[in-house]
Design a protein around this ligand. Structure first.
Ligand code: SAM
Ligand code: SF4
Length: 340
């Protein structure tokens, strides 16, 4: 996807990869830690990164500035659970003040939103995605291993009360765990004026007690289940991410499907990720990466060097991912370390 540069931007300072894809969207992970342990994301006993290996918030803010000067217009803050990082609000305030950033978004499990939602809105966050896989407290607990449904629901309410528009629920659907709840989750979203996306599980990291091939439930199966009880209208809408959207007739709710297995979305990929340790990942499903932490720390005060490293990395962005649920993962990092 090629876009014309804005008038005040140097056309050489755009991020374009070997396949002509224009990178305008960056997901920044601010921690690999989390207050939950979702079965598809983490092992039960995780070793988290030592603090010195994690980027400081100042370093993340500096990266945000560099990316915005390279034509990036959308930043998503993710993790791990971003809202468990101490002083994270400061980071949102810095990023929210960057002139080139039109969309500053957050992916969260919602548990800390009652505390933070209003302040995030004031800091300039434009949209929030909240992960919610079940509306049944015991199931929610089983999938997250330690979560309280009521706490995440209070987070959804807090985000609505703070005035966020187009809040989106993210649901990872797992066969025999929650696949039968798709319709209830959509009705929950419709009743509250929210959007909702269903995500096919991706094989990131080894998780001993969870069989991914057995748990696989495709987007097409979910859509078929929904269509039995709800009227779905196809749309061509996009929020700049990998979701394909339908609308629920007579409502404002969009239902998205993120389908890395059944509908590969790599052809129009416009994004890259930065892990909590400052590794620039060129693809979610491949290991191609550049160590930005080393550049940040070797050249304090010289953003030119950081931008040069980011620009150079565009030449190693691969054509696409190579996920296979029946094989042991070729990607050994878990989603919390990747920045979902
Ligand atoms: N903690 C936050 C949350 O849960 O929303 C942000 C980080 S989490 C890694 C981001 C998203 O990745 C969540 O929607 C989560 O459901 C999804 N996710 C985690 N592991 C996944 C996997 N193996 N396959 C697909 N999606 C996954
Ligand atoms: Fe935590 Fe989000 Fe991973 Fe669940 S999906 S364990 S909430 S980082």
């Amino acid at each position: 996807m090629l876009h014309a540069p804005s008038a005040d931007q140097d056309p050489n300072d755009r991020l374009i990869d070997r396949f002509g894809r224009h990178i305008t969207y960056v997901r920044l992970s601010v921690t690999d830690r989390c207050d939950l342990r979702c079965v598809y994301c983490m092992a039960e006993d995780m070793n988290f990164l030592p603090r010195a290996q994690v980027l400081t918030l100042e370093e993340v803010a500096r990266l945000g500035r560099c990316f915005s000067e390279l034509g990036v217009t959308k930043l998503r803050i993710t993790g791990g659970e971003p809202l468990v990082r101490r002083n994270v609000l400061w980071l949102f305030e810095q990023l929210g003040a960057l002139p080139g950033i039109r969309d500053l978004t957050l992916t969260t499990n919602g548990t800390q939103l009652p505390r933070y939602a209003a302040a995030l809105k004031a800091a300039g966050v434009t949209r929030i995605n909240i992960s919610l896989d079940s509306l049944k407290p015991e199931r929610f607990r089983a999938i997250t291993r330690k979560g309280e449904l009521a706490q995440t629901l209070a987070g959804v309410d807090a985000a609505r009360a703070a005035g966020f528009a187009r809040i989106k629920l993210n649901c990872v659907m797992l066969k025999h765990r929650n696949h039968d709840e798709a319709t209830d989750l959509v009705r929950f979203a419709v009743d509250r004026g929210l959007d909702i996306s269903f995500i096919e599980e991706m094989p990131l990291g080894v998780i001993g007690d969870h069989d991914r091939a057995e748990a696989y439930y495709s987007s097409d199966e979910i859509r078929r289940d929904l269509a039995e009880r709800l009227e779905l209208i196809p749309t061509t809408e996009s929020t700049g991410g990998p979701s394909r959207y339908w609308r629920i007739a007579g409502t404002d709710t969009r239902v998205g499907f993120i389908s890395p297995h059944s509908h590969n979305f790599c052809g129009d990929c416009n994004r890259v990720r930065v892990t909590a340790e400052g590794r620039l990942l060129l693809c979610l499903g491949q290991e191609f990466s550049t160590d930005l932490r080393r550049t940040l720390r070797a050249h304090p005060g010289d953003d030119g060097r950081v931008k040069q490293a980011i620009r150079a990395a565009m030449s190693i962005k691969p054509r696409g991912h190579d996920f296979d649920l029946t094989e042991q993962p070729i990607i050994f990092r878990h989603m919390n370390a990747t920045g979902g």
